[in-house]
Design a protein around this ligand. Structure first.
Ligand SMILES: [Mg+2]
Length: 328
């Protein structure tokens, strides 16, 4: 294939779907038309052995995930992905075929989230592989949902289910021989292939229904504190309300883990955590009932002085810590 062949191949597969993109791969820089919407920019650096491991996932899966996690950050602002730039540093002797597989994953995920790959760079690394993805997105002017907009009394919701990715990683790391059971396969897929909640974020932004929002990358227990610190509030989370999948529950039973404390610690869930003013509660609850929004209410924001609290399975109010919570 060769290096030039590779670039040609990437170029031919990176569709220009957005009218705003005047020029993509192939020149010194990409060209975008101005937009009446606000532009969002985000970037993420992934380092081999720190953020991903070629022994646990394929180059194609790693490439896809690098794009999907950026799309989750765009979704967390209420935006829609538009363009992507990728910089790649791979160890000198890496075969072109391996790089091509990374790009296959990158391009697949770009299509999945509706973004155009408009440029990037590739270099030789003296150490591990580095993947840097930069993504732009758009949001209706003034509708972006910040972390800082929460108020005491706002209700707290989360999309999807929590803990699946953490369980999937744990299953991959345990390197058990033989075929995985179907619930294990589900959890592994949830770890390797996050689903950025773009539609959910966009509807919340367009209708100005959420006061604050963040996507869960570190885990609920730490990311909720990031939202509260920016909003200058406390929080109370009811652990019995945290949504988990039946596959996750099965894994917890098998490994004798407590679902609540596992799910709240989570990690790489890439679900959206958002707060809602009481006057929007009825609307949100109706969307949830009618299937327009997959989300669960898990608690509410409080005054800063009330601190970060969790109501455990036995009805005790315990302090929430970044790494979860502790029974004392
Ligand atoms: Mg984020």
């Amino acid at each position: 294939l060769g290096e030039f062949g590779l670039i040609k191949r990437i170029r031919s597969r990176s569709l220009m779907r957005h009218a705003r993109v005047l020029l993509g791969i192939g020149d010194d820089a990409a060209v975008l038309r101005p937009s009446s919407h606000h532009t969002l920019l985000t970037t993420d650096l992934l380092i081999e052995s720190v953020h991903f491991d070629f022994s646990l996932s394929s180059p194609r899966q790693i490439g896809a995930k690098a794009v999907l996690v950026n799309a989750s950050d765009i979704a967390a602002m209420g935006g829609t992905p538009q363009t992507v730039l990728v910089s790649l540093a791979v160890p000198g002797p890496t075969p072109v075929k391996q790089v091509d597989k990374l790009y296959t994953g990158i391009i697949e995920a770009c299509h999945e989230v509706g973004a155009d790959l408009v440029g990037g760079d590739t270099a030789a690394s003296p150490g591990p592989t580095f993947i840097n993805v930069t993504m732009t997105g758009v949001v209706p002017s003034g509708c972006e949902i910040r972390r800082s907009g929460g108020n005491p009394g706002d209700l707290l919701y989360v999309t999807g289910t929590l803990g699946d990715s953490r369980a999937g990683l744990s299953i991959l790391q345990s390197a058990r021989k033989g075929r995985h059971r179907s619930f294990e396969q589900y959890l592994i897929r949830r770890h390797l292939r996050p689903i950025p909640r773009i539609a959910e974020g966009a509807i919340l932004a367009k209708t100005r229904s959420a006061s604050a929002m963040i996507d869960l990358s570190d885990g609920l227990s730490s990311d909720v504190i990031h939202l509260c610190e920016e909003s200058d509030t406390g929080v109370r989370i009811d652990i019995s309300r945290i949504p988990v999948s039946e596959q996750f529950s099965a894994w917890c039973r098998r490994t004798r883990r407590k679902p609540g404390s596992e799910a709240i610690r989570g990690g790489e869930d890439y679900e959206l955590l958002f707060s809602v003013r009481p006057r929007h509660e009825a609307k949100i609850e109706k969307w949830i009932r009618t299937g327009g929004l997959s989300a669960t209410r898990i608690g509410f924001l409080t005054g800063r002085k009330s601190g970060f609290k969790i109501l455990d399975e036995r009805g005790r109010l315990l302090p929430l810590r970044e790494e979860g919570f502790s029974h004392f």
